[in-house]
Design a protein around this ligand. Structure first.
Ligand SMILES: Nc1nc2c(ncn2[C@@H]2O[C@H](COP(=O)(O)OP(=O)(O)O)[C@@H](O)[C@H]2O)c(=O)[nH]1
Ligand SMILES: [Mg+2]
Length: 448
């Protein structure tokens, strides 16, 4: 028995010795691999460092959520904060067709990752229709629970917007179609424990102030002040926010910063040629920019359903006042039988009504009944056919058309001579900004 034990120990030593030899040879040969094998190279090779290896470069990112214009507002805040903290902005993609609502850091993080995983899983594995009564009840093939992810897709901001001017001031890079923190940390060479997660307990906990001695009241939606000067002191390589949405999120008093905010709003403009061509085609049919009055009536979901009746009255009254004041309603009774061409050729007041209403003629009957020459995107369905199929990069089987169509609606209504929107709607606010720019003003006439 003792003899056998000695033999076994000898055998073990032998094995260990062999392993050590192999490791030594291997490490030596890896070194060799890095020595140029040819002496013909006369010019020194400039070895470019990986793009994100600079020890000084610091990053800022956040988690997107909610409808497109909520994402747009958060994106603008992220650009502003990156500018103020001198960090590179890692831009999360635009989420379309499905997007999680706001929630706190970890739950939003999970919701975003789940969207990506569920979408991929369903595409690859769920061929058989499953209504939730079958065996697969708990996996992503349960249509009742997970079909909402099927059309979910993403695109990058520069597929829609011109970022060139802003990129002169803030370094911006795409995050890619992924929300995993591990991947982010490895893609951008962020060291261990070099990430600062900015976690808020409430929906709008912190409002950022650029003036340490500001006497301005905190906006009623927020709980506490957070000084930009304290944000600058955070020296972790990655500063990671969750939601950055809210138009009052950053209070600026420094003139230079205010100017940069104007620059963001004035230069972040849609430059997707397909979208612009289709919108311009419709605008031409309406008699060109400034030849009509643009409305945005948002009544389709969320808080807008409850406020629909009030908002309809509000917008209707404001429109009537405008028409009366500008003398455009004088002979209105005679106008009712005109189609668009006749409205244009007779120089009648034309109303372009952007809306998320299912059936505008029914839901917004009052407008059609009382005002001549009211048109919606539904009157231009032929123009929308020009979109054809726009496959998304993330999922070539998902058509981006349903995402682009509301933006056409927004652009058309925004180029009216006068624009009236729905209170609180970020879609309406975007239209107001475009309308201001069209009239040669700053996009943000009144700074939040
Ligand atoms: N076609 C069309 N869609 C709209 C209109 N208003 C809202 N929507 C849809 O509803 C979404 C509204 O969400 P969002 O952009 O976040 O703006 P908000 O919710 O009004 O602040 C848009 O992205 C559109 O998909 C509209 O006038 N026309
Ligand atoms: Mg919204």
């Amino acid at each position: 028995m003792a003899h056998e034990k000695v033999n076994r120990t000898k055998f073990l030593f032998k094995i260990i010795f062999i392993i050590i030899i192999i490791i030594t040879i291997l490490s030596f040969s890896t070194e060799i691999l890095f020595i140029p094998t040819s002496n013909n190279i006369t010019t020194p090779i400039t070895v470019l460092p990986p793009s994100f290896n600079s020890s000084e470069e610091k990053f800022l990112t956040y988690l997107p959520h909610s409808g497109f214009h909520n994402q747009h507002d958060a994106f603008i805040n992220a650009i502003m904060l990156s500018y103020l903290t001198n960090r590179t902005l890692i831009m999360p993609p635009i989420l379309t067709n499905y997007y999680p609502p706001w929630s706190t850091f970890h739950s939003l993080y999970n919701a975003l990752n789940k969207s990506v995983i569920a979408k991929k899983y369903r595409k690859e594995h769920c061929y058989i229709k499953n209504d939730g009564n079958g065996e697969n009840i708990d996996n992503f093939c349960d249509n009742n629970k997970y079909s909402k992810y099927d059309n979910f897709t993403m695109l990058n901001w520069d597929q829609l917007f011109d970022l060139s001017e802003l990129k002169k001031h803030v370094k911006m890079v795409d995050r890619g179609y992924d929300f995993s923190l591990d991947n982010l940390i490895s893609d951008f060479n962020v060291g261990e424990n070099d990430t600062y997660l900015f976690i808020e307990d409430k929906r709008f906990e912190f409002e950022f102030f650029d003036n340490d001695n500001s006497t301005r009241q905190i906006h009623e939606d927020f709980e506490k002040k957070f000084l930009i000067s304290d944000l600058i002191k955070i020296d972790k390589k990655l500063l990671h926010f969750a939601s950055l949405f809210h138009i009052n999120r950053i209070v600026l008093e420094n003139q230079h910063n205010i100017e940069f905010r104007h620059l963001i709003h004035n230069t972040l403009i849609i430059n997707n040629s397909k979208l612009l061509n289709i919108a311009n085609g419709i605008i031409k049919k309406l008699g060109d920019k400034g030849n009509y009055i643009g409305l945005h009536i948002r009544i389709g979901d969320g808080i807008y359903i409850d406020e629909a009746e009030d908002n309809k009255i509000l917008i209707f009254n404001e429109l009537m006042n405008y028409l009366l004041e500008s003398g455009l309603l004088r002979n209105s009774k005679k106008f009712f039988k005109y189609n668009l061409k006749e409205c244009v050729s007779h120089n009648l007041p034309i109303i372009y009504l952007a809306t998320d209403a299912n059936d505008p003629r029914k839901n917004l009957y009052k407008f059609y009944k009382n005002i001549p020459c009211v048109f919606t995107l539904m009157d231009f369905s032929k123009d929308l056919e020009n979109f054809g199929n726009i496959p998304s990069d993330f999922d070539e089987d998902t058509n981006l058309k349903s995402f682009y169509v509301p933006i056409v609606d927004l652009l058309v209504t925004a180029y009216g001579n006068f624009f009236i929107g729905t209170p609180k709607s970020t879609f309406s606010m975007a239209a107001v900004e475009i309308n201001n720019l069209y009239h040669g003003k700053n996009a943000l006439v009144a700074l939040p």
